[in-house]
Design a protein around this ligand. Structure first.
Ligand code: FAD
Length: 544
């Protein structure tokens, strides 16, 4: 996307005069080295997923300049992270840590408060500190991507170890887990699979959680709890600390795997299908965080823009979608279930035969024979991802619109037909109102599901950005009125989403604010992240 060629105005932290800020940066350069402190004063460049910027949100939903850091710093060690934190406290400068900054759909590398100093941990702190082939665990720094961990496991010849990956593999294993991201093997709940953190607190002290607090232990990555309160939770989706190391469970190679794909003809097959999925998923016959996708997204995943199927304005008509789907190797349908069975053939066969009988209770259900699908079909990307192989083919659906960017509505519900129907209807109604094509996918966890509705928009068109944001805001409120909450959200929606978790007069947020004020008295660490504002900012017009 082209950016304005006008010279940018200098970005400085709120409440700090520019000369004072420049002096403070000089001071930081003495600690970190001149190359490791950069001002954000050059023209913004979007790049692409694998060469993403850390100067702004490449998929901006608001004006590019609204969520920009004043500077970016690159610490090389936990000690250097401490130095940055102490520096921020001395000068009352807000800082915002990222691991790799590929948090697309949720704000990318951008900070919540304009003018914060982004701490890009991943550039220099990117070591795989340990891989234990016996315990099937690893210990990593923030800059370790899924690709890097996967390649290292292969390079060491550990064929018995798998990793779990999200749809796209360029992100940080640690950053994704602390934002409670998901992948698609049985180890898809990344936060649940971590064990042990090292954290720099907002006042500069370092702690290790769980067994890591016991000197000489050899159980940091195998027993997550240690003794006493389980503190890890407060360091995910928060602004209470900077995570500098994390342990993670690795999945044992299951000894074989087989992807499968079923299609279902009608939109109103949804409730019956979800009712069929629930008991299969809870009893682990359906073993992975699978996806039930709408045909529009599968069509978009072929990589062609919407204009290849429809050149009119407004929402793409259903007939155009179905006509296009009918011409693909998958054929016409409305819902597609992508799953995987794990284990040697006789184990897989047992589960697959139950799944087949159950899914075929939906009239018109078809099992697609993978041998009929060409190598670039979406099915094979799903196959790689569910087998823990990092991939980037999923990026294709972002090309649905010119200058494609995306932002997600992602409410959590039980695995029930009535909930799926209500949420889908709610999303559809709002998409119709705002003239947006709908891309829903149900990601089914063990006892709940995330409905992820990606809004793909033209980020060079302010009116379409506005429509996407307004649509999302309406859906969040509509969903909350029914009792559904988001599992994760974009920076600009964090106040709204946090505000929906308001039982008992906002008791949970009051608790979070108490923690924030105790742990971060100067309010320097990621103010506003997840709707948690420190005292210095609270109720002073920062919320949006
Ligand atoms: P970062 O951007 O580094 O971190 C995310 C956030 O966590 C940061 O903004 C920061 O606030 C906080 N944080 C990071 N590191 C630290 C730290 N060390 N200490 C304290 N706080 C920290 N995501 C999924 O989970 N599952 C998917 O299947 C998925 N599919 C996607 C498909 C597409 C096409 C695209 C474009 C994106 C998708 N995403 C998905 C979203 C996103 O790309 C991933 O979640 C990605 O892993 C997040 O970026 P990152 O790992 O670089 O994390």
């Amino acid at each position: 996307k082209p950016h304005s060629s006008r010279k940018r105005l200098p970005v400085i932290p709120p409440g700090v005069e520019e000369p004072v800020f420049l002096d403070a940066l000089e001071e930081l350069r003495k600690h970190l080295g001149a190359d490791n402190v950069e001002r954000n004063d050059k023209p913004l460049k979007d790049g692409w997923y694998m060469e993403h910027p850390n100067t702004h949100d490449m998929m901006a939903i608001v004006d590019d300049e609204e969520l920009v850091p004043s500077a970016i710093v690159y610490p090389g060690s936990t000690e250097e992270v401490q130095q940055v934190v102490l520096w921020a406290n001395r000068h009352k400068i807000p800082i915002f840590p990222i691991s790799m900054g590929r948090n697309f759909g949720y704000g990318g590398a951008a900070p919540r408060v304009r003018g914060s100093v982004v701490i890009d941990l991943g550039k220099r702190m990117n070591k795989i500190l340990d891989i234990s082939p016996e315990d099937c665990t690893c210990l990593i720094e923030p800059g370790v991507s899924y690709f890097a961990l996967y390649n290292e496991i292969k390079a060491r010849g550990y064929e018995h170890l798998w990793i779990d990956v999200p749809d796209v593999g360029g992100g940080s294993v640690l950053g994704n887990a602390v934002d409670r991201g998901v992948g698609y093997t049985p180890y898809g709940d990344h936060w649940a699979c971590h064990s042990g953190l090292e954290v720099v607190l907002p006042t500069g002290e370092v702690i290790r959680t769980g067994m890591g607090a016991l000197p000489g232990n050899n159980t940091w990555q195998t027993f997550p709890y240690g003794f006493g309160p389980y503190s890890d939770g407060i360091f995910s989706q928060s602004n209470f600390g900077i995570v500098t190391k994390m342990g993670m469970a690795l999945m044992p190679n299951p000894g074989g795997y087989e992807s499968f794909m079923y299609t279902f003809p009608n939109e109103d097959d949804l409730p019956d299908l979800i009712e069929i999925i629930r008991p299969l998923r809870i009893s682990n016959i359906l073993e992975n965080v699978a996806q039930l996708r709408h045909i529009t997204q599968t069509l978009a995943s072929r990589g062609k823009p919407r204009s290849a199927y429809y050149t009119g304005s407004g929402i793409i008509p259903e007939e155009a979608i179905h006509a296009a789907a009918a011409a693909t190797p998958v054929g016409d349908c409305t819902w597609i279930y992508y799953g995987m069975a794990y284990g040697p053939p006789h184990i897989r066969q047992y589960k697959l035969s139950i799944i087949d009988a159950e899914f075929k209770r939906v009239a018109g259900a078809r099992r697609i024979d993978p041998s009929t699908l060409p190598p670039d079909e979406d099915f094979w990307a799903r196959d790689r991802v569910a087998a823990g192989v990092p991939d980037i083919q999923e990026l294709r659906w972002v090309n649905w619109m010119p200058n494609g960017a995306h932002i997600a509505f992602s409410p959590v519900s039980p695995i029930r037909g009535a909930d799926a129907t209500r949420l889908f209807a709610l999303a559809k109604r709002r998409h119709d109102e705002f003239g947006i094509d709908i891309f829903p996918v149900f990601c089914v966890g063990l006892r709940e599901m995330h409905l992820i509705v990606e809004i793909v928009f033209d980020r060079a068109d302010p009116a379409r950005r506005r429509a996407a944001l307004d649509c999302l805001r309406c859906m969040i409120d509509d969903a909350a009125a029914y009792g559904y909450g988001e599992y994760r959200t974009h920076l600009v929606l964090m106040d709204q989403v946090a505000g929906t978790y308001n039982w008992n007069d906002g008791a949970l947020m009051k608790f979070n604010e108490k923690l924030k004020d105790a742990l971060d008295p100067n309010g320097i660490l990621a103010p506003g992240r997840c709707g948690i504002w420190p005292k210095r900012y609270r109720n002073r017009g920062w919320e949006m």
